[in-house]
Design a protein around this ligand. Structure first.
Ligand SMILES: *Cc1c(COP(=O)(O)O)cnc(C)c1O
Length: 385
């Protein structure tokens, strides 16, 4: 494969077997747990689903690595399997982690609830204040962990500083790149060591599987694979097939997510009932310039508050007809949620208020339906609020 292919082409062709297996244009599903040992087979080359080394895994690994211009990748049973296996690979007992203070809930809970039992220490950092990170360093600090875009407020940390800071202090830099997807952002190019994804979201894009990925160097992927083989979080071949199929249309889907969310954000921003809106594509967003510099698009995620708070938010959500009321994100269908009642309900009301997640906040994962019809739907719902 040519190294300088565009991402749209890599989505289709990277990692595909040449010649095609039995002439099959799409990679078949290898629904077999174990593989025959050949005379020449090295023990370490024996294929087995839990070892994530069957043909369905290998094709995905090559494709995912190509998408972020990295050396290697690993698919996992979920985003949390990728995140937990990666963190447990780079951290051991008595190590210390610097971690961004606004995190995906599962990651937050893994770190705060499970790290003590592993004897791993952590401190939260403000991603927007790199000058304060040094104060949190300890002699045993080993890694720094951030997210490309925060949920549900779509804030963007000073991401350029992270690999630099890590390099200066001998840390491993990890980033959860789920929200932008490789179409909008490729953190390895910025110098990050390990990029992590919930492929459940944009990469698969069809809301029908749970999967994850780690993208990095050969060296880190080898180590993370070794850890994941012990933990058992392998991706099933049928889920591999669905992810593989979903990934092929990532570029066209992301283009529509990006375009549509920007148009909807602009419509909402000028509406008299809107009290505030979070979308990095708007000039009013505090990190708009940073997002423009780092990202090739602003993704399909936006959140906003209505005048009238919680009560109006509930009414608005009920009055919309097209979006499905469901958590999660990144699929072809538009989803609408109130994070205080779903993804962030585990936080105390005080902690939520401190994080700026008000009870009336509405989060939308903009799907790929006709933009005009989504705007029409939001407009009719607002007109009745
Ligand atoms: C959903 C999500 C995860 C967890 O992924 P699963 O596939 O549900 O395990 C991690 N990080 C982010 C940013 C997510 O949106």
């Amino acid at each position: 494969m040519k190294k300088n292919q565009r991402i749209e082409t890599k989505l289709i062709h990277a990692g595909e077997p040449h010649p095609h297996k039995d002439g099959a244009v799409t990679l078949p599903i290898y629904q077999t747990a174990m593989y025959e040992v050949q005379n020449t087979t090295d023990y370490h080359d024996i294929a087995y689903i839990r070892l994530n080394n069957t043909p369905n895994h290998v094709a995905l690994h090559t494709k995912l690595a190509a998408l972020e211009n990295a050396e290697a990748a690993l698919v996992t049973a979920s985003g949390m399997a990728a995140i937990s296996a990666a963190l447990l690979t780079v951290l051991k007992v008595d190590d210390h982690l610097l971690v961004q203070d606004c995190l995906y809930g599962g990651t937050h809970n893994f770190i705060t609830e499970d790290f003590p039992a592993f004897g791993i220490e952590y401190d939260f950092i403000d991603g927007n204040a790199p000058e304060t990170w040094k104060d949190k360093l300890k002699p045993n600090t080993r890694a720094i962990y951030v997210e490309s875009m925060s949920n549900p407020l779509l804030q963007i940390a000073d991401l350029k500083q992270v690999p630099q800071f890590a390099g200066n202090h001998g840390l491993v830099s990890l980033i959860d790149n789920t929200f932008p997807s490789p179409i909008n952002f490729r953190p390895i190019e910025l110098g990050f060591d390990i990029s992590l994804h919930s492929c459940t979201k944009y990469l698969n894009g069809h809301s029908d599987i749970v999967a994850g990925a780690a993208i990095s160097t050969h060296n880190y992927i080898k180590k993370i694979t070794h850890k994941l083989n012990h933990l058992g979080g392998c991706l099933d071949p049928h889920a591999c097939f669905l992810l593989h199929r979903g990934i092929k249309t990532l570029a066209v889907r992301m283009k529509q997510h990006n375009d549509s969310a920007l148009k909807i954000a602009r419509f909402l921003q000028q509406h008299p009932l809107i009290a505030g809106i979070n979308y990095p594509g708007l000039a009013s967003h505090p990190a708009h310039e940073r997002a423009k510099e780092l990202f090739d698009g602003f993704s399909g995620m936006l959140s906003f508050e209505l005048k009238g708070g919680l009560e109006t938010a509930v009414r608005f959500t009920e009055l919309t007809c097209l979006p499905v009321r469901a958590p999660s994100l990144g699929g072809v269908e538009t989803l609408i949620t109130q994070p205080a009642q779903t993804s962030h309900s585990g936080m105390s009301p005080e902690a939520r208020a401190k994080a700026g997640i008000h009870d009336g906040l509405i989060r939308v994962s903009v799907g790929i339906e006709a933009t005009e019809e989504l705007i029409e739907d939001f407009a009719q719902a607002l007109s009745q609020c």
